[in-house]
Design a protein around this ligand. Structure first.
Ligand code: PGA
Length: 251
């Protein structure tokens, strides 16, 4: 299997802008060279799926842990699946740090996604202060430790390592930083260690190749640079090239 290149549009691109994106998105890659995923705003999911012109998977950026109920503004994993999502981002740093999601909530949402048959893409990552205080490994082990139980029955899942200080800041972890953190995540996953681990945080066409060539980096989760179809296509092409250099490995 090749690299995974995922675009997290965050709160950008309504339905019309999603359709406009796909009218211009045409990466020059062989169909199976790379797995392309999009996480549009849930309101744009249908427009995106209707207009996408290349093989790609779709997911939602967040789910609620309950199936249904009096939770105004929320979307359940079942509903996301019914609307065509196959993947769910869970525990993105903006959810954790702006909306106050705890490890326990991330764990509950992960379980909900697995039960609904969605592929969870669970985000983990340390704050700058935590990194400076030497807490990288402790934070990652705690965040991964909170999700191993719900993931144990998942037929497929991914983890995205996103150092919070590198998200939307233009600061990127070096390929060495990414490899170090990914090795910790893999070790913390224990028996689940064969899952793909993506890197996220200011991934751009200029650094995507080096990051995806680092040991243990199975793909990228791209925010800002996924909003422009030409720029994102270049990252997809970098993923295809990096993936073809990979030794064959079962995931
Ligand atoms: P960024 O966002 O690429 O804009 O840094 C990454 C993410 O939040 O997933």
């Amino acid at each position: 299997m090749g690299k995974v290149v995922a675009g997290n549009w965050k709160m950008h691109h309504g339905p019309a802008a999603a359709a406009a994106f796909f009218s211009r998105f045409s990466p020059r890659t062989a169909p199976d060279a790379v797995e392309i995923l999009f996480f549009p705003p849930v309101i744009s999911l249908a427009a995106a799926m209707r207009t996408v012109g290349v093989p790609a998977g779709f997911g939602v950026q967040n789910i609620h842990s309950e199936k249904a109920g009096a939770f105004t503004g929320e979307t359940s994993a079942e509903m996301a699946g019914e609307a065509g999502a196959r993947f769910a981002l869970i525990g993105h740093s903006e959810r954790r740090h702006i909306f106050g999601e705890s490890d326990a909530e991330v764990s509950a949402k992960t379980g909900a996604a697995v039960r609904a048959g969605l592929v969870p893409v669970v985000c983990v990552g340390e704050l700058l202060g935590e990194r400076r205080a030497g807490l990288l490994e402790e934070v990652l082990r705690r965040q991964v430790g909170a999700i191993v139980e719900p993931l144990a029955t998942a037929s497929r899942f991914m983890v995205a390592y996103e150092p919070v200080w590198a998200i939307g800041t233009g600061e990127t972890a070096t390929p060495g930083d990414a490899a170090e953190a990914h090795a910790i995540v893999r070790s913390a996953l224990g028996e689940l260690a064969s899952a793909p681990i993506l890197y996220g945080g200011s991934v751009k066409p200029g650094n995507a190749s080096a990051l995806m060539s680092a040991p243990d980096v199975d793909g990228v989760l791209v925010g800002g640079a996924s909003l422009d179809p030409d720029i994102f296509a270049r990252i997809v092409e970098a993923g295809a090239a990096a993936g073809s250099a990979d030794p064959v490995r079962e995931r």
